[in-house]
Write a protein that binds this ligand. Structure first.
Ligand SMILES: [Zn+2]
Length: 240
């Protein structure tokens, strides 16, 4: 831990020496973000030591991936052009569990994928708009999905929700208002809401998982403004 910190500080120092624009560095660049789950600015951040509890992995045997393209901040053609979740490599129909106790907000087992031409029209609209509107994201691209409200149980600093998407199916007992416990199965992994789902094939199954932290004015996502080299280690601190 200490060595990592020293390394990070050394790296910052070296890069500051190497670049003539170092004097333009903003405050946020000078902060050592080791151990931070997100860092917006000096007033809005969450450190792992501010968590009340640690979470179960949503797909039991699938750890947080190391590949940056599967982590938050990776480039994507949807949203505002970047990923705000983690893609866990769970295969088709793998049981997905609640990462902590909470209340189900959303569960849409009736969702059916649109055909691929319609799917592409939504992507074209998003591309023309320069972002994916929340309606297209939530109602089309997330596919069958479950959202759980954890209130202030994960951290007393922010209200938090978790999102489990592209599910192949959701048990009937998981409905809006259902109280779930950590470890309860809330669905099975799949590819709904993806282009493979629109093509009705079995390819590309995975669990796209998100956690958001809210205060009165903003919503923050795990990994927000955390540099790529710290991302995997910091995110691991969220889980048991
Ligand atoms: Zn994803």
């Amino acid at each position: 831990m200490k060595n990592k910190k020293i390394l990070a500080i050394t790296a910052l120092f070296l890069s500051a020496c190497a670049t003539p624009t170092a004097s333009l560095a903003t405050n946020s660049l000078e902060v050592d973000k080791t151990g931070y789950l997100f860092y917006q600015n000096e007033d809005h951040f969450l450190r792992a030591d501010e968590l009340s509890i640690k979470l179960l992995l949503p797909a039991k045997d699938y750890a947080v991936p190391t590949y940056l393209n599967l982590l938050p901040n990776a480039k994507r053609e949807y949203r505002s052009g970047y990923h705000v979740g983690i893609d866990f490599s769970a295969p088709l129909n793998y049981p997905i569990n609640a990462v902590y106790d909470g209340i189900v907000i959303r569960s849409n087992n009736m969702q059916q994928d649109v055909d691929i031409d319609t799917y592409n029209l939504f992507l074209e609209t998003s591309s023309r708009l320069g972002k994916t509107p929340d309606d297209i994201y939530n109602f089309i691209l997330l596919g069958k999905s479950v959202i759980i409200d954890h209130g202030y149980a994960i951290t007393s600093k922010y209200r938090s929700i978790t999102v489990y998407s592209h599910l192949s199916s959701i048990p009937e007992s998981i409905k809006p208002g259902t109280m779930v416990k950590e470890g309860d199965i809330i669905g099975y992994s799949g590819n709904t809401g993806t282009s493979s789902g629109a093509l009705q094939n079995d390819k590309g199954a995975h669990l796209h998982w998100e956690i958001f932290f809210d205060d009165a004015n903003n919503r923050y996502f795990l990994g927000q403004n955390i540099p790529a080299e710290l991302l995997k280690n910091n995110i691991d601190l969220l889980f048991k």
